[in-house]
Ligand binder design. Structure first.
Ligand code: G3P
Length: 232
């Protein structure tokens, strides 16, 4: 994969662990993934929330009791002042709430204001390096490039991630990259090889990341051979 470059080896001497977030609003999935001991945070969006057929705030309140890490909840408003008001409300729900703000001019203005107020933001629906650059300049804590949706239209999602990592490294931006719209484990593998900060992963993909047919065959063979051992 020639487009890949390592991000972390040239930045800080102290390496940070890649973080895995779950991309869902489903409480059972979050509880299950949290029980595996590898879950660092959760991202939601209005589409994921709508699938749960429950009131928005009550879902957010449930999630923060299960996962002690960044929880992204999305602001829906269109105008800067409305986004700021909504984001402020969301951020007051819990200290771990990160407000997801769609990439647009009003969104950038809101990110700048919220950043100066100490409200953490995740600029979402990022599809280009220049969008990510502007989000970082506005003070976003996270940007979410949607790799799967770019691949869906014959773009190259992970190439975008590589560009964003390069831009942030060139200028020392602290903004973290969340690889989002993940469609398969290879997206996560490539994100890890590039040194992306975070991948946010649907639960079915997270399960696939644990699986390998040779592992299953090996487990079955060990069990069968164990049964052949002489019994006491
Ligand atoms: O985190 C963003 C993600 O939920 C979007 O995923 O599958 O709707 O493109 P998708």
């Amino acid at each position: 994969m020639p487009h890949m470059r390592c991000y972390r080896e040239r930045s800080n001497a102290r390496l940070e662990v890649m973080r895995i977030f779950l991309d869902t609003a489903n409480i059972e999935e979050i509880r299950e993934a949290a029980s595996w001991g590898i879950l660092d945070g959760v991202t939601t969006n209005p589409t994921l929330m709508a699938k749960e057929k429950r009131e928005y705030d009550s879902i957010v309140k449930d999630i923060v009791t299960i996962v002690d890490g960044p929880i992204s909840a999305e602001a829906i408003c269109n105008k800067c002042d409305d986004i700021v008001a909504e984001a402020t409300q969301l951020s007051k729900m819990h200290e771990n709430i990160i407000v997801k703000i769609p990439m647009c001019i009003e969104g950038l203005k809101a990110v700048r204001k919220l950043s100066s107020q100490g409200v953490k933001t995740n600029v979402t629906l990022v599809f280009s390096g220049t969008q990510a650059l502007l989000a970082a300049k506005a003070g976003a804590n996270y940007v979410s490039p949607f790799v799967g949706r770019l691949d869906d239209i014959s773009g190259h999602g992970m190439k975008l991630v590589e560009q964003i990592i390069q831009i942030f490294r060139n200028y020392g931006f602290k903004t973290q990259v969340i690889v989002a719209s993940v469609r398969h484990p290879i997206h996560v593998l490539e994100a890890a090889l590039m040194g992306a900060d975070i991948a946010t992963v649907p639960f079915d993909i997270l399960k696939k990341m644990t699986q390998h047919s040779l592992t299953d065959i090996g487990i079955e063979r060990f069990k069968a051979d164990y049964e052949k051992l002489p019994k006491k």
